[in-house]
Design a protein around this ligand. Sequence first.
Ligand SMILES: Cc1cc2nc3c(=O)[nH]c(=O)nc-3n(C[C@H](O)[C@H](O)[C@H](O)COP(=O)(O)O)c2cc1C
Ligand code: SF4
Length: 359
Amino acid sequence: MAAAEEILTRTLEKASNIIDGVTCGAGMPYKLSEIAARFGIYYYPIVSSARAFNALWKRSYRKTADYLGGVVYEDPWLAGGHNGLSNSENPLKPQPPYPRVRELRKLMNEFDLSNTPIIMAGGVWNLEEWEDWIDNPEIGKIAFQFGTRPLLTEESPIPDEWKKKLLNIKKGDVSLHRFSPTGFYSSAVKNDFLIELEERSKRQTPFLKEQTNEFNEKIEIGPRKRAFYVKHSDKSKIMEWIKKGFSKPMTTPNDTLIWVTIKKASQIVKDQIDCMGCLSQCLFSNWAQGEKGTTGKKADPRSFCIQKTLQKISHGISNLENELMFAGHSVYRFALDPFYKGGFIPRVNQLVDRIMKGL
Ligand SMILES: Cc1cc2nc3c(=O)[nH]c(=O)nc-3n(C[C@H](O)[C@H](O)[C@H](O)COP(=O)(O)O)c2cc1C
Ligand code: SF4
């Protein structure tokens, strides 16, 4: 998020007397702790590994340990929205949360944080399934966070159409992908919106601006007939895409071309022009906060404007299928859990009662 530090500071200047603590997700500024401590309130960083906590602790949190209210462990393979998978972790090879949280606790104990709770987030559907985590010395003080289940409550502000869809999602329908303009992995329902992004990236070929033995097929693009050279083996694929209407190539920051329809290309360019700078740095438009106002890299047409699509889906402005639908990987359980039988949508207090029973 752009200007996160300033927004947090200004909010606390006016409202710290009614705020107990602040949390901050993926892309968290390490300054969260300094700002919270300055106002005498707790901070709850979200991390996805003991390693990440170690780095943050050494860099800044050790100086403000008294205000560390808890540490959220967000399972990067199960939680909804943006996830903190590191480069060394494989999105296709999920690791179970228990050993990772045990490692986090061990590290926290070394830092004299044995009284500080860990908050387990991601894939928690009911507490019955987590009984062995409670009163377990290897895990220590533990709380649980729910992200996906509260989406489906009467009070939840998402449109009714989205709530109905939640009741019908099947296992495997949520995809952990890397299209977000933030550069982070994120988890969302695999709908037309995500499928289009996947296909856009598949219609991709490398190119060079100079001819070589390998890149020996010339294609001319645009009214100025700019010359690009592609591999002979890619030429037939490109001709096939053009025949299907994907006749407009767009360059990416990785020296590749993606092939889209003319309509899609104009929409991509329009969305980039309409950028209102919601992120601290954006792969899609190349906007970055700071004096230069740019990441210095080429804008990436394989991504999308997250501000536009999240506004549209949360306000029910367009068809659900065509917008980014963030959800955790347990979302398919709405269709299986008898609590939601017949399309029942609980009120928040009913959901909390149910969770407190372990169900
Ligand atoms: C619709 C939705 C959007 C979310 N967006 C983000 C996000 O952008 N950044 C983040 O750190 N966590 C995000 N989360 C994760 C939640 O904060 C929470 O930790 C997680 O969903 C808990 O797992 P569960 O969904 O399996 O209950 C999101 C969750 C949902 C359901
Ligand atoms: S293009 Fe969209 S997502 Fe990217 S910074 Fe601009 S408003 Fe935000």
